[in-house]
Design a binder for this molecule. Structure first.
Ligand SMILES: Cc1cc2nc3c(=O)[nH]c(=O)nc-3n(C[C@H](O)[C@H](O)[C@H](O)COP(=O)(O)OP(=O)(O)OC[C@H]3O[C@@H](n4cnc5c(N)ncnc54)[C@H](O)[C@@H]3O)c2cc1C
Length: 302
């Protein structure tokens, strides 16, 4: 039996892994892609001491740090947990590759993109319709791209896409952009970015790849040529694999100030929880704090 089953390999999970490994605990860590959402971030300018790095570069630094502990941490990258259950003395995590038991469970599974659920979205996903401007914008050099959303992720995506594309249209259903004031100012004043407020995306069209986007603006429907559409309308927590801890109405796992859930032995940290700020520094701090709570828990229950 492992000491800790750690679900998630984003900043919260990686920070937790390092704290746990330093106590020489036996850890099995499960993840999709290591780095989590940070990989999608074009530039990270607000992480103390490591500013002016791209998201990918920041993840490389995190991974390099994690490698120092690879003797202790068993990393199962690209092996997602599909469900967890309680067993005598702990918990069992089930993945497509196997079953693993641990005395404590630490959940840092973050969040994933929300979908628009409009016609054409599913059919053209990966063929012009995408959820990661940071990954895909460079593919649309001198093309016409649309970013759908009105918050920080959408603004970040529009500014990144503007480095490559000839036209960037930012469509938000709201009356104005919301979020970081600097991002908002940059979008509104950018020569290439055109912001469309009170605009509802209704459909994507194309044969095999995105060719047109349909949206309602000023009371009428427009169908415009589009090479890419980046959907950036927020995130939904990746908490579906566990059904026995308390979650709020948004399916975020509810934690106390020690990152404990309502179930003894289960802790959670980062964007999967009801912590109000979803940021890298916050996730790292919460992951570290959660790991310390797990360490205390294991010491008192052993
Ligand atoms: C486009 C974009 C730009 C951003 N820019 C910034 C920025 O500049 N500065 C900033 O501070 N924050 C930024 N953020 C927010 C920041 O990236 C997140 O707050 C942070 O990554 C949250 O970390 P996390 O570890 O909680 O979760 P995540 O980063 O979401 O990582 C979750 C991890 O869990 C894994 N996982 C999910 N489900 C399972 C499962 N069932 N089993 C096993 N593993 C699973 C995933 O594969 C991943 O490894 C940005 C976010 C986005 C989307």
């Amino acid at each position: 039996m492992y000491d800790v089953l750690l679900v998630g390999g984003g900043p919260a999970g990686m920070a937790a892994a390092i704290y746990l490994a330093r106590q020489k605990l036996r850890i099995a860590m499960f993840s999709g892609e290591l780095g989590g959402q940070v990989i999608w971030s074009s530039d990270v300018e607000n992480y103390l001491g490591l500013h002016q790095l791209t998201g990918v570069q920041l993840v490389q630094r995190f991974q390099k740090h994690l490698e120092d502990y690879k003797q202790v941490i068993e990393i199962h990258e690209n092996e997602k947990v599909t469900s967890v259950e309680r067993v005598s003395g702990g918990f069992r995590a089930i993945t497509p590759k196997g079953q693993y038991e641990g005395k404590a469970l630490l959940i840092t599974s973050g969040a994933k993109h929300r979908t628009l659920n409009v016609p054409g979205e599913k059919e053209l996903a990966g063929n012009g319709v995408t959820y990661c401007a940071t990954c895909d914008a460079p593919l649309y050099m001198d093309k016409i791209v649309y970013v759908i959303g009105g918050g920080n992720s959408a603004m970040d995506a529009a500014l990144f896409a503007a480095k490559y594309s000839k036209e960037v249209h930012l469509l938000t259903i709201n009356e104005e952009l919301t979020g970081d004031l600097m991002l908002k100012k940059s979008c509104l004043s950018h020569a290439i970015v055109k912001v469309h407020t009170k605009t509802k995306t209704v459909r994507f069209e194309g044969k095999g790849k995105l060719e047109r986007i349909a949206y309602e603006e000023g009371g009428e429907e427009r169908v415009m040529p589009a090479d890419a559409a980046f959907i950036e309308i927020g995130l939904t927590p990746s908490s579906g694999f566990i059904n026995f801890v308390k979650k709020n109405q948004w399916q975020e796992i509810v934690v106390d100030k020690h990152n404990a859930t309502d179930v003894e032995g289960v802790f959670a940290a980062g964007d999967v929880t009801d912590v109000t700020e979803k940021q890298i520094a916050v996730a790292v701090g919460e992951g570290s704090k959660a790991a310390l709570s797990v360490i205390k828990y294991l010491m008192t229950t052993a």
